[in-house]
Design a protein around this ligand. Structure first.
Ligand code: CAA
Length: 308
């Protein structure tokens, strides 16, 4: 099946990134949101990102030509003739199932449905539609325009041709797809989440300060970001949600949320997007580690220093 027109559900961090790379690859894209202000915010991020790529000479076309293939809408009917729908709304089984069930009635019968979920069961979402054989996971990574990987996940109901169409679509975006199956967390989060949670536990146990832990993993292992910076970057709320789903699935302590992560969530410290997490992001270029607040000691005693 040939994919020409793509619908993206949600224009947040992931949805806008997916819409951007899909339009950049030459597809017509319509993004569905619940409110105009979410579309405006997402499209403004896309324009900034496209301008940055253009500045570096990394686009084959002008940002305007790419932007012209991108439309925003508040009406599900505008997605009726899409060949592929990629959902990137809030990580909530109920919200996603509701969204798929309503679109199932509107979008043409042979269109493929895909979810960008990082932890919710694709099988559970597919079962909310009348096209479970035409349902896959397409899991992108943040920031979508820069990260090369897409995990392509099949369920036991996915038709082989649909799975391969999803795989080929990811390649057409210029991404590197990997094949995986509907096992909670797929490949990346199965390995990444215990590592991130261990970093929080190490911090709770006083193994090192926020800066020490991040610097150690950056310089000792060559990672682009330390684990606590990455947590702020991914979103502590998102990570907390993922741990709940993964713990519920596997009942293994390594997937359980450390108490500090839960405290940060209750305080509304979701990381970079909310302004505060393990770091204060008031100036995104100079994040300030929050050891003092998290340990209840003075900044001096906590050894607050800027990360490398
Ligand atoms: N669009 C265009 N350009 C962008 C951009 C965007 N959205 N975001 C950043 N850039 C540009 C920056 O402006 C910068 O440009 P200059 O060199 O001209 O200054 C360039 O890209 C490099 O960025 P940075 O200087 O910020 O730093 P970097 O070299 O560290 O690269 C990074 C950034 C690619 C994000 C890198 O830090 C990295 O790979 N970090 C790890 C990210 C990661 O692990 N993501 C996965 C998270 S897990 C997940 O998403 C899935 C899940 O289910 C939870």
């Amino acid at each position: 099946m040939e994919i020409k027109k793509v619908g993206v559900l949600g224009c947040g961090l992931m949805g806008s990134g997916i819409a951007q790379v899909t339009a950049t690859a030459g597809f017509d894209v319509t993004v569905l949101e619940a409110e105009q202000r979410f579309l405006d915010k997402g499209f403004s991020g896309i324009e900034k990102s496209l301008a940055k790529f253009a500045e570096k000479g990394k686009l084959k076309e002008t940002p305007d030509a790419i932007r012209a293939r991108l439309k925003g809408t508040l009406k599900p009917q505008d997605l009726a003739d899409c060949d592929l729908i990629i959902e990137a709304i809030i990580e909530s089984v109920e919200e996603k199932r509701k969204m798929y069930a309503s679109l199932d009635a509107v979008v043409k019968k042979d269109a493929i449905f895909a979810s960008n979920t990082s932890s919710i069961s694709i099988t559970e979402l597919a079962a909310a539609t009348k096209r479970p054989d035409r349902f896959i996971g397409l899991h992108f990574f943040n920031p979508v325009p820069l990260m090369a990987l897409v995990e392509v996940a099949r369920t036991i109901m996915t038709a082989p041709g649909v799975f391969e169409t999803g795989y080929a679509f990811a390649q057409k975006l210029g991404k590197v797809p990997v094949r995986t199956s509907d096992k909670t967390g797929f490949i990346v989060n199965r390995l990444l989440v215990p590592y991130l949670l261990d970093a929080i536990r190490a911090y709770e146990e006083g193994v090192g300060s926020i800066t020490d832990i991040d610097t150690a993993m950056k310089l000792g292992c060559g990672y682009p970001m330390g684990p606590l910076t990455l947590l702020d970057f991914v979103g502590l709320d998102t990570t907390y949600y993922i741990t709940q789903v993964m713990f519920d699935e596997f009942k293994e302590p390594r997937f359980a949320s450390p108490p500090l992560l839960k405290r940060l969530i209750m305080a509304g410290w979701f990381g970079k997007k909310s302004g505060k997490g393990f770091y204060d992001w008031s100036d995104p270029a100079k994040p300030v580690p929050q050891d003092a607040a998290l340990q209840g000691v003075s900044a001096e005693r906590a050894g607050n220093v800027a990360p490398v």
